[in-house]
Each structure stands twice: as C-alpha cells, then as structure tokens.
Design a protein around this ligand. Structure first.
Ligand code: BDP
Length: 894
C-alpha cells in the first residue's frame, strides 16, 4: 500500500516517471487498475507531504462513483507533433540538477502532454498513456491537445472561427462524439497557440481535481488582461526562505526562489543549473496563465545586468519558456554610472533621459538581454522613490525618465513598467495625494500632435491598489480612472508584508476582489458616467481603451519546502493568478477550487476551510487596522503593532496616520483636511468627504472620528473600535479551534504545521488588539466597553448576576461567598443571536468553569472561551477590586 502510494499519488508522480510512461507505453496501458481504496474511507493521505507540489497535487479521486466515471471517460492522451515546435533555447547544456524529479521539456506541447500523463495518472490512479495519434480514428476516451496547426484532430473538430475569439492565450475544451458506433467519446483541448492549449490542459486538470462532472464539456476562456505578471522581490519581504526564522536561507542559499550566487554546499545548484522548484513554479504559474516574472527586487541591484548574470537569466528563461513564462528585470535608473559596467559607464551628467548617451547605454544593455533572451519583456522601474535614483535627480520628471528608457528599448520590442509608488514630501503634506499630483499632469498634457498624455506607448504605469502601501484595507488608488491616456498596471502584493507574513492565515483574494470591483464613478470628458467603470474595467482597458493592460503581483515564493512559507499563502498566489486572468471571479469560488486541489474534496473539509479563508482578511483588518485606520505597523518588520511609533520620516510613522488625540482618531482627508477626497471622481469625492456617508470601514481613512460619534451599530465609536479589535481575535480563535476538527481528514505534516501557525497567529492577533487598544485608551480616556459586545455574556452564580467581562482578558476571577455553590446556573448573552455552552463547571473553590460563546458576525464565526476562576469572596485573590475602588473589568456585580 505504502509503496503504491509513493508511486502513484500526487507529487510523488514525478515528471520523469510521467515522461517515461508517455514514451514507453505508446498506445497500451501497462499498469493495472488500482481499484482498491487508496486509503481508509477513500481519503488519500500521505502524512509526510510537505506542500511542495502547490495545487498541482494529483491525488486519486476519492469518490468511487466519480472515479469510475472519470476512468470510463478518460483512457489516453493524444498529442500530435508534440516535439515539432521547439522553443528557443540559449543555453546549450541546460540541465536539471542531479537527482531532480522534474524534467526539462523542449516544447509547450510536451509540457502539456507530460502534465496530463502525470495528472491523469495521479487522479485516476492508473497509467494514462500518451500517444502521438498518427492514423486511424480518435480512440475512445482520448484527451487530445493541440492547435489547428499541430493537430489533425483539432483541425478536423474545431474550426478556426471557434478559436478566433480566444486570442493567443485562451483555450477551449470540448467533449466530442467519435465517428462510429456506440457511446464513443473523447475530449479536445485546443488553443490558437500551444500556450493556449497548455492553459486549457491545466484548466481540464483543475476540472478533475475539483471533482466536476465531465459529461459534455464545452468550455472556453480567455484572459481579460494582457500582461499577467509577477514581480519577484528576491531579497525583500521574503517570508518563504528555508531558514526557520522565515526570511533567510540555509546551506549557502539566500532563501530566494532562484539561486544566482549561492555559496558553500549550494554553490553547484546555481543557475544555469535548473532545480525542481523552478519547474514546479513554471508549471504552477502556467496553470494560472501567468505570462511573466520580473525576477529581482524593485530596489534593484544592477548585478542582474552584468554578462555573468545575464547568462544565468538566459538559462532560467530557457527553462520557463515552454510554459509561457517570460522574463523581465527591475532596474536602477542610474545603473549607467555603476562601475561594474566599466568601461561602458556614463557620468551623472549623462543621465539626461533625452540624451543619446543615456538612451544608447540602455539600448546596449537591453540588446545584451535581447540576444540572450529574445522574448525578454522589459524593465520594471522604481525611480525617485524611497531613495532610489530617478529622473528628478537630474532635473526631469517621471514622464521624461520613463520615455527615455522606453525609447531605448522600443526597437527591441520591450516595455517599461514604471512604478507610481512615489511620495516625495515636497509635493504635499498628505503622502496619499502625492503620486497623482506627480503623474496626473503628465497624463493630461497636451502633445504637439493634439493628443493628450506624454507617456510612450510602451510604458505602463504600475500603481499599487491603494494610495498608501498594500494595507489590508485601503480605498482604491485615486489614479485608477484618472489616467485615461496612459497604459496602466495594477500592482497587488501577494507576499504578506502587512498581512501577517508567514505566520497569519490571511486569504487576500477578497481584498483584491473588493478593489477590482470598486466603482470608480469615472466620467468621460463631458462628465457623463462611463458605462464600465469598476477598477477592473479601468485595468483591463474596457473603460478607457488603453492599448496595453497589465496586472502585477508581488510574489511570495521562496525556497521553503512549501515554496510560500505558510501552506495557506499558496492560496494567495493561486488566487492572484486566477483574478489576473479574470478579475470578475468570486474569491470564495477561487478558494473552493484551491482547497479541493490542495487539501481535500471531502465536502465538510472544503466548506470548513473555505469559510476559514473567506473571513480571514476581514478578521485581520479587524484586529490590526479596523474602521479605516491605516498603517499601524511596527516599523522594524511591518508585522507587529506600533501605533505609538514616530520615526524620522513622518510619513513612515503610525502616529502620522492615526492622528490620535483627545478628540478622536483618524486622518482628516475630507475638504476640511487634506482633501485627498477631491482626487476621486465627484460621486466618491462627496461620499468619502462626508463623515455621514463614508463607508464605516474607511471612516478613519478620511476622517478624524470623534470618540463619541454614534456608529451604525448604535454604539459610540470608542466602543465599536474596541469590539472590532476583539472580534478579529475571536475569529482567529474560531479558526484555530476549527482547524483542529479537521485533523482526521488532513495529512499529518501539513496539519501540524498549520496548527502551529494558527496558535502563533492567535497570540499575535491578541498582541495587536492589546497594544492598540491600550494606546488608544490613553487618548480616549474612556473605559473598556463591556457587556454589550458581540460576545458579551453575564453569568449567574449563587443567585448573583455577574458581568463586566472585558473580552480581551484571558480569564476572569469570580468571587464566591463561603458556603455558596460555585456552579454557573445561567448564562445571559447580550445578544439573542449568540449561542453558548457551559463546557466545564467548578467542582469547588478554588475551581474553574468554562463557557464557550459563539456567534456569527459580519465576517464569520466568532468564538470566545470564557475561563472563570471561582475564588473565595473576601480574600485578596478574590476581591476583584481595581485601583481606585472601581469594580474591576473582570467581574462586576450587577
Ligand atoms: C514597501 C516595502 C518595501 C518596498 C516598497 C516598494 O516595505 O520593501 O521596497 O514597498 O513597493 O511596502 O517599493
């Protein structure tokens, strides 16, 4: 049993094994069916599995009836001319590291074929052989992959007209009746390009991985956004390194995904050697339809432009190319003065973006890249931002700088992704207004030919989703909709810098969905509302018809076994890719697919994990930055709370954002304050500008909120604020407890790893709550609210009703007069929707009772285990008097 599992299940089916099956078996299935259950109860477990296959884990279909149907419908893979269109390969001796499980393919159709052999073999738990399909009828149960060019079968069954609307990247999947008698059927997966067919291959496998019915498939899909791109910051905000501390590397590696300069034991694993994890990444990104990776940090090290590195990059590009993943680099604007390029260097005076010197230099560098990597995408540029050099250092603006480099690389077919994450303090006192003030006028500028907008056609402005910096909640960036004349890219952060890093379970797709589906209320030049005007429409070009479009995710990959540092962070990469392909998708549906592909198809497991995920981001907002307060992160790591921090740079400081004082909390960006609201289109400017109409979840983003302001719940702002912090934590408690219930259904290693993360998550969420609430309390000068919170209860002991429990406390001393029973005779929840259970009673005094209180709130279930410590009344320990004689927050007689 164990041996068989190792051979056939999931990640254990190596590419080499899959290729062997494909090559050796030809048309005849050689392996016997494996009808016996793969594991007890039809649930597949491999208790050592480490997560390294990401969502491409092809485990045996656990539902026996479904497995039977799949096996009836699928018997072989047919790929004609799989080896004909060899992709360009620069590195002659490209090779996998010794002992690798993955293998290099030379064509995209080989990648598709191998994936099907591996995937179907795992899912069906029997060999599904591949053939070249020459001659004769299409076999019953065949899965045929190709283009009209590569495949006679595709040509015969799929018309050019059917494929035309799918573009270069899209695909269709159809179940077709064979020619002949009986219920003969087969499946065709086709694209206009081999990459399209590969995308379809992964979509087909996903269909099976998520246990969807196979009969009469007729699916087609194509992406809404042209460039679906990762930015990989190899040195920064890396939470997935194999070092236990989470950020570094071991054994000479840096912890980054790609090894360029590893030392010691890992030195022989540097590129051009290809490691398994690069191919797993390529396959995983192809499964999402990702089109490119900028492989180095935006605070760019120019070493990536040196010949030695370019040779390594070429090898990586060679390995990624069959999967449709192209490469780009981040550059430093002033690279031409870097002595590492001597003798080909410029002086600072020559960094004039209009000069032939400057453009010539960039053209020469880009040409080196182009020679090595003919499909090189171009450059990502962070300029005049956080200390990076840029055109403003030499008397020019962002338009001049972007266009200078863009002109240099345009003849090579390359693009420039120019980041708008700039916040020069001279521009405005409100950091959030600065980017638009710098970029807006360039976009509006009248050109000599009568058109507007100075940015070149091969420039995309890359703008973070919000005007601050990847916070767990921000309003969308006001530039979306305001940059009618410029290509735009939205930049999302997949790596969880501000959202719990590799400790907290925070599913980010709801955040991105919220942004992409936000109504900009953008208008045309006559002030009429655009018919399509959600942020997603702006990004995909349907609102304002920009020629080029992009969605960019700052990736979270490293060399950890699970590649992302937290098993649930894999979901964020998955969701990013799915939303980049189609931003209209529902984040809960994406979560469901991921759970089925990654954990289990058992319905209760799916429902439970999806529920955990979908509320997790709102919970994090709640215990970190509720009601629209921005950036309260500890500056040292952006993980923990730092509400009292004031740094040398005000706009890096939590106090700059919270503006806490005795009147209230929050940053006034309304017309009475910084007037950021005026950067939004009129409908939103009015809505956000007025404290009575601003959504409560953005209230402190735009207003300084008085402590006593009445909130929609009827509570004063202060009470609501404290309850929000508490609710966020109690959601994490619910997640932790709920995960424990899944133990029988989850493989042991991953179960334990997630369990440990959730325990740390809960403790750290509590730290956020306590640090922030106690700091705000110094300004509000109000008591911690008790008794009417979402999880508040009173208890009756010995005929006395006792309440006043601060939800943040971990236990509550209850004074019990001598001779009285310590039993809780009643529990009185503040709200009727709240359920409770007395889990334990005290047997005597001293003793302990536990009451579990549960309710569903707006972002999910909340749980609080009240631990009551019954103590003899009158003793010191049981006196429950706080300083000043006021009843303690823990136990008040009512
Ligand atoms: C901030 C990160 C910093 C990045 C910067 C950026 O803390 O590491 O360099 O964003 O996007 O959030 O340029």
């Amino acid at each position: 049993m164990t041996m068989r599992r190792r051979t056939f299940l999931g990640a254990a089916v190596s590419a080499a094994a899959a290729a062997e099956v494909a090559a050796v078996t030809g048309g005849a299935a050689q392996a016997a069916d494996r009808d016996d259950a793969a594991a007890v109860g039809g649930v597949v477990t491999d208790d050592t599995y480490d997560g390294s296959a990401l969502w491409l884990r092809y485990v045996r279909v656990s539902d026996p009836a479904l497995l039977r149907r799949y096996r009836e419908a699928i018997s072989s893979v047919v790929v004609e001319n799989a080896s004909r269109n060899k992709v360009y390969r620069r590195t002659q001796d490209l090779s996998m590291a010794p002992g690798s499980a993955e293998r290099l393919v030379e064509t995209t159709l080989e990648a598709a074929r191998d994936e099907l052999v591996r995937g179907l073999g795992g899912l069906l738990d029997r060999a599904v052989p591949a053939s070249t399909g020459r001659g004769g009828a299409v076999p019953d149960g065949a899965v045929v992959v190709g283009t009209r060019d590569s495949s006679g079968i595709v040509r015969q069954y799929v018309s050019a007209g059917d494929l035309a609307p799918l573009g270069d990247d899209g695909f269709l999947i159809r179940t077709l009746p064979g020619r002949g008698r009986g219920r003969h059927r087969f499946t065709v997966i086709a694209g206009n390009t081999e990459i399209g067919a590969l995308h379809g291959t992964f979509a087909f496998l996903r269909h099976l991985q998520t246990h969807k019915p196979l009969a009469d498939l007729d699916v087609s899909a194509s992406p809404r956004v042209k460039n679906r791109h990762l930015n990989y910051w190899e040195t920064e905000r890396l939470y997935a390194g194999n070092n236990a501390s989470g950020t570094g590397g071991l054994g000479g590696e840096t912890g980054a995904l790609f090894d360029f300069a590893a030392t010691g034991a890992a030195a022989d694993r540097n590129l051009p050697v290809i490691l398994d994890r690069y191919i797993v990444t390529a396959r995983a990104l192809a499964s999402l339809g990702i089109t490119g990776i900028t492989i180095n940090n935006v605070n760019a090290n120019s070493v990536y432009l040196t010949p030695a590195y370019i040779a390594q990059e070429a090898a990586l590009a060679d390995a990624l190319r069959p999967y449709g993943i192209r490469m780009a680099l981040s550059i430093n604007y002033a690279a031409p003065i870097d002595p590492r390029f001597a003798p080909d260097t410029l002086t600072a005076q020559q960094l004039d973006p209009y000069s032939a010197d400057f453009r010539g230099w960039w053209n020469r560098r880009a040409s080196l890249l182009h020679d090595a990597i003919p499909d090189f995408i171009g450059f990502t540029v962070k300029a005049n931002s956080e200390g990076q050099p840029g055109p403003q250092d030499f008397g020019y603006d962002h338009g001049d700088g972007a266009n200078g480099i863009a002109a240099a690389v345009a003849p090579l077919g390359m693009k420039i992704f120019w980041r708008t994450f700039v916040y020069n303090a001279d521009v405005d006192t409100d950091r959030l207004k600065r980017a638009y003030l710098e970029f807006g006028p360039i976009d509006d500028e009248l050109q000599p030919d009568g058109t507007r907008g100075r940015f070149a056609h091969n420039v995309l402005l890359q703008t973070k989703n919000g005007p601050l910096d990847y916070q767990a909640r921000e309003p969308f960036h006001p530039m979306f909709g305001r940059m009618e004349n410029t290509n735009q890219a939205i930049e999302l952060q997949i790596t969880q810098e501000y959202t719990g890093q590799n400790t907290m379970l925070c599913y980010l797709a709801p955040l991105w969905e919220e942004v992409l589906k936000s109504d900009t209320y953008a208008t045309d030049a006559q002030g009429r509302l655009l018919p399509k005007r959600l942020v997603g429409h702006i990004v995909d070009g349907t609102a304002q018809h920009q020629a080029d479009t992009a969605i960019v995710g700052v990736a979270n990959l490293g060399n950890a076994d699970d590649l992302t540092g937290h098993h649930f962070s894999q979901a964020n990469l998955f969701a990013f890719g799915r939303q980049a392909w189609d931003w209209t998708l529902d984040s809960a549906d994406i979560a469901e697919d991921w759970v089925r592909m990654t954990w289990s198809n058992q319905e209760h497991v799916v429902a439970t994990i999806v529920k955990m995920m979908t509320g997790s981001r709102e919970a994090l907002v709640s215990y970190q930055t509720p009601l629209g307060i921005g950036h309260q992160m500890r500056s040292s790591d952006h993980y923990g709370p730092g509400p009292s921090e004031m740094l040398a740079r005000p706009d890096w400081s939590p106090v700059y954002y919270n503006k806490a004082d005795s009147a209230g909390l929050g940053y006034d960006r309304s017309p009475t304050g910084s007037n950021l609201t005026a950067q939004y289109f009129p409908t939103l400017a009015a809505r956000y500008g007025n404290i009575d109409t601003v959504p409560e979840n953005l209230m402190m983003w735009f207003h300084h909120v008085p402590w006593d302001r009445e909130m929609r719940s009827g509570r004063p702002f202060w009470d609501e604020l404290v309850y929000r912090y508490q609710m966020g934590v109690q959601y994490v408690t619910w997640m932790r407890q709920t995960w424990d219930t899944l133990q029988p259904s989850i493989d042991a290693r991953r179960f334990a790893e997630v369990r440990a993360k959730l325990a740390a998550h809960e403790a750290d969420a509590g730290d956020w709550r306590d640090t922030c609430v106690s700091y705000w309390k110094q300004f509000s000068a109000r008591d911690i609210p008790v008794d009417d919170g979402p999880l508040s209860v009173k208890i009756v002991v010995g005929g006395r009703t006792i309440g006043g429990f601060d939800l943040s406390a971990s236990s509550y001393p209850i004074p019990v007069p001598a001779g009285t029973s310590p039993k809780i005779t009643r529990v009185i929840p503040a709200d009727r929707a709240t359920r409770y259970e007395i889990v334990a009673q005290a047997d005597g005094i001293p003793g302990q009772a536990v009451v579990k209180v549960v309710r569903e709130d707006f972002f999910g279930p909340l749980v609080k285990d009240y631990v009551f410590v019954m103590q003899e009344a009158g003793t010191d320990a049981g006196s429950n008097r706080a300083e000043g004689g006021r009843p303690a927050e823990g136990a008040t007689d009512r």
